[in-house]
Design a protein around this ligand. Structure first.
Ligand SMILES: Cc1cc2nc3c(=O)[nH]c(=O)nc-3n(C[C@H](O)[C@H](O)[C@H](O)COP(=O)(O)O)c2cc1C
Length: 334
């Protein structure tokens, strides 16, 4: 029996069981790093508020016996229109680090984005899951040669797309971590962070012109930047506020989505994250634009140091099916 009163047998049925198990199994400073946001955590709350303020208008008698919930990203079929967002310092949650997320994503039938701040590195994760399509995400922590090197290595290792995260010019003021004087393993060894602060549209243009690999810009939160991303030939505009871990008092991601979808006008894919925990959230995010992604993987992975992320994923699938059925909404027709 866990200290939360659940019998921890690994056959999770509800999200709160997974969350409770993860909290019980992680040191408090790692747990707080996982769930915390910047400053007053207003942006974190707004991500949820934006989702919670949307209600369904259920239609009936729609023949929902057989519905298709699958999605597609860069030519790859996803079991749900969901992928795994990049998570740094995965090694702090689970000994296998990002390899565990890649294996879980492969088992479930979705894609994962590997963070440049997680171990093991991009070649090791690629070697561990050679048949599984993955995306590499970078923080710019070096000069042009550094970025070129990472793009070439990602291409050589078979990554299907390359993602620049652009909302971390400076590291957010995460007060839970500050108060405990806690630094993740990646953060304690981070250097050359100023390269990210000076990274610009002109730099992006050069990489875009030089490489064919599909490129994603993660951390877009306005129509203006979404339009600029399209003008720079970006393949996917990724609406995100870093889970509220960077700019405090930002807008909830779902509130940002409509203006970005309008600005993009079909010129690029639109991805989003921020507060997505359940099938209901996925459906809400899909209504204006496709492909939300989610965070709970380290929460799930943290349980007894083993990855159990297929458990939440299956909860998710069941929930998505029920929402889809109850709302009379067949995703394949939307
Ligand atoms: C523990 C943790 C580590 C993260 N590390 C990265 C990272 O290395 N690169 C990145 O682009 N985003 C990172 N993010 C942000 C996520 O990719 C994603 O944008 C965010 O978690 C989505 O919001 P949500 O947490 O409400 O689902 C991290 C988020 C968390 C919670």
């Amino acid at each position: 029996m866990s200290r939360f009163g659940y019998r921890d047998k690994g056959d999770f049925q509800a999200l709160h069981e997974i969350v409770a198990a993860a909290e019980a199994n992680l040191p408090i400073e790692v747990w707080d790093y996982l769930i915390g946001g910047a400053d007053t955590e207003t942006t974190v709350k707004r991500n949820r508020r934006a989702l919670d303020s949307v209600a369904f208008r259920p239609r009936v008698l729609n023949d929902v016996e057989d519905i298709d919930l699958s999605g597609e990203l860069f030519g790859h079929r996803l079991r749900l229109p969901v992928f795994l967002a990049p998570i740094g310092s995965m090694q702090d949650f689970i000994p296998e680090g990002a390899e565990a997320s890649a294996r879980a994503a492969e088992r479930f039938g979705t894609m994962m984005m590997l963070s440049s701040s997680s171990s093991p590195g991009l070649e090791a994760v690629a070697a561990a899951t050679p048949d599984h399509p993955k995306i590499f995400q970078i923080y710019v922590r070096g000069d042009e040669a550094f970025v070129n090197d990472h793009i070439r290595r990602a291409i050589d290792a078979g990554y299907k797309a390359f993602c620049f995260t652009v909302d971390l010019d400076y590291y957010g003021r995460r007060e839970r971590d500050l108060a405990k004087r806690h630094k993740t393993t990646a953060r304690s060894t981070a250097k050359d962070e100023h390269y990210q602060s000076r990274f610009s549209w002109d730099d992006l243009k050069r990489y875009r012109e030089r490489y064919d690999i599909p490129m994603i810009l993660k951390g877009i939160a306005t129509a203006e930047d979404a339009a600029l991303a399209c003008e720079h030939g970006i393949d996917a505009v990724y609406v995100s506020n870093h889970g509220g871990r960077q700019l405090d008092h930002g807008r909830g991601s779902l509130d940002v989505l409509p203006e970005v979808v309008d600005a993009v006008g079909g010129r690029a894919r639109v991805l989003m994250d921020g507060g997505i925990y359940r099938g209901t959230d996925v459906i809400k995010a899909i209504a204006p634009a496709p492909q939300p992604c989610r965070r709970p993987i380290p929460t799930a992975s943290a349980r007894r140091g083993r990855t159990v992320s297929s458990a939440p994923s299956n909860c998710w699938r069941r929930k998505s099916v029920s929402v889809s059925v109850f709302s009379g909404c067949d995703l394949s027709r939307n």
